[in-house]
Design a protein around this ligand. Structure first.
Ligand code: SF4
Length: 260
């Protein structure tokens, strides 16, 4: 059965308006932040289970390096507050003891024990933050396991902050916008009263780019890839090297691995 001419013209008009609207704002109206769409540079990078592998020894080759943190925070409009109480962090450094407080590693050299480790959201396979969110503003993406966050839907209850055993979520106690050094127009800014965290650069993956922290690290200390792909570098590294994860006894099944 064909569609009549009037219906066709109405549908075509709505579609055209939607496309025009999206190009102007870059955002699909009413959509969540997963659907923030900008015209992609390249085809999206796709995977079945994204994971990050951090090579502690490579990272420590360059003392006091913060390139990965700076790149992440710049691309995602993370504000810089002077007061640590207000701090918003997507990627940051923790010393070995705080990163792995419940674990004993006889085979981890003394050399690494007092050194800083890069930490971020672990994009857990079994994320407690998702279970406690009353508005479903955080969820695990079925297609690739990324734990997403929709800041528009967040009501600021901070249940997820309390539920995350890794301190991976930050709450905006103050309006972050005046504290963003240089706003990236391609990523949304946030408001006071919402939670935020690392998104494994879902925004960059959609544009065919690797996570900002991975690209910024010239030592190759951060490797990102698809755990389901046997040919991926992350799979090969985890096969050949000894890797640990944060607080494994909690059953959250983190997808950030540390080569030590
Ligand atoms: Fe959620 Fe924390 Fe796991 Fe990230 S690290 S998925 S915020 S529980």
């Amino acid at each position: 059965m064909g569609i009549d001419r009037r219906k066709f013209l109405t549908l075509a008009g709505v579609s055209a308006l939607t496309v025009i609207g999206n190009k102007v704002s870059g955002v699909v109206p009413g959509a969540n932040s997963e659907d923030v769409m900008f015209v992609p540079d390249k085809p999206a990078l796709t995977g079945s289970r994204w994971a990050m592998v951090f090579d502690a020894r490579k990272c420590l080759e360059e003392k006091n390096c913060t390139k990965c943190i700076e790149a992440c925070h710049k691309v995602h409009n993370v504000p810089q507050f002077d007061n640590p109480k207000d701090e918003i962090k997507w990627v940051w450094k923790e010393n070995f003891e705080n990163t792995f407080p419940t674990q004993e590693f006889e085979n981890v050299t003394e050399q690494l024990k007092d050194k800083p480790f890069i930490v971020m959201c672990n994009h857990c396979d079994n994320p407690p933050c998702v279970r406690v969110c009353p508005t479903q503003s955080t969820w695990k993406r079925e297609k690739d396991g990324i734990v997403m966050m929709d800041m528009h839907r967040c009501i600021g209850c901070r249940y997820c902050v309390a539920a995350c055993p890794y301190g991976s979520r930050s709450f905006n106690w103050r309006d972050p916008r005046p504290f963003i050094k240089e706003t990236n127009p391609e990523f949304p800014t946030r408001t006071r009263g919402v939670v935020e965290k690392c998104n494994f650069c879902a925004d960059l993956l959609a544009k065919g780019k690797l996570p900002a922290c991975v690209t910024a690290c010239d030592k190759g200390a951060l490797v990102f890839g698809d755990l389901e792909d046997p040919e991926s570098e992350v799979r090969k590294l985890l096969k050949d090297r000894f890797a640990i994860r944060r607080k494994p006894a909690l059953g959250t099944n983190p997808q950030v691995y540390y080569l030590v």
